[in-house]
Ligand binder design. Structure first.
Ligand code: FES
Ligand code: FES
Length: 150
């Protein structure tokens, strides 16, 4: 089996029945991806699998053969990071990697979103402390910044 994680090629020697989340955190030590619920409800474990956001707690390593994975450590989104900082969209930070992965994929597909669309984009990511308003603001701000750059 071969998988690419953050542009590095790996040939995992562990069982294909290991959860992708455990492989990333325990084998590759990419601990930015968090485990919250462990059952597909909270979005803390979101990563990009071939460019699509998925819950890595629900995916087995064996399902990732020949696929490309991006975790928060490999996400190249400086504007998004800065916007989260600027508007204060991070408190404990537990949800932040998943939020950023989801919003990055969302903005890629929808560079000029409405506020309602932004709400839908992060509806699979739970935040226990910041409240969603600032996170939504950060995503809208990123969209605005990206438009200025173009
Ligand atoms: S830990 Fe995967 S969705 Fe909650
Ligand atoms: S910032 Fe703490 S859970 Fe979202």
């Amino acid at each position: 089996m071969k998988i690419k994680v953050n542009n590095i090629l790996y040939e995992p020697k562990v069982s294909g029945s290991m959860r992708l989340l455990d492989y990333l955190r325990n084998e590759l030590k990419l601990t930015g991806t968090k485990e919250g619920c462990g059952e597909g409800e909270c979005g803390a474990c979101t990563i990009l699998l071939n460019g699509k956001p998925v819950n890595s707690c629900l995916i087995l390593l064996g399902q990732c053969d020949e696929k490309e994975i991006i975790t928060i450590e490999g996400l190249n989104e400086p504007e998004l990071t800065k916007s989260f900082e600027e508007v204060g969209a991070v408190q404990c930070g537990f949800c932040t990697p998943g939020m950023m992965i989801s919003s990055s994929a969302f903005l890629e597909e929808n560079p000029s979103p409405t506020k309602e669309e932004v709400k839908t984009c992060i509806s699979g990511n739970l935040c226990r402390c910041t409240g969603y308003k600032k996170i939504e603001e950060a995503i809208m701000l990123t969209a605005d910044k990206k438009k200025l750059v173009k």
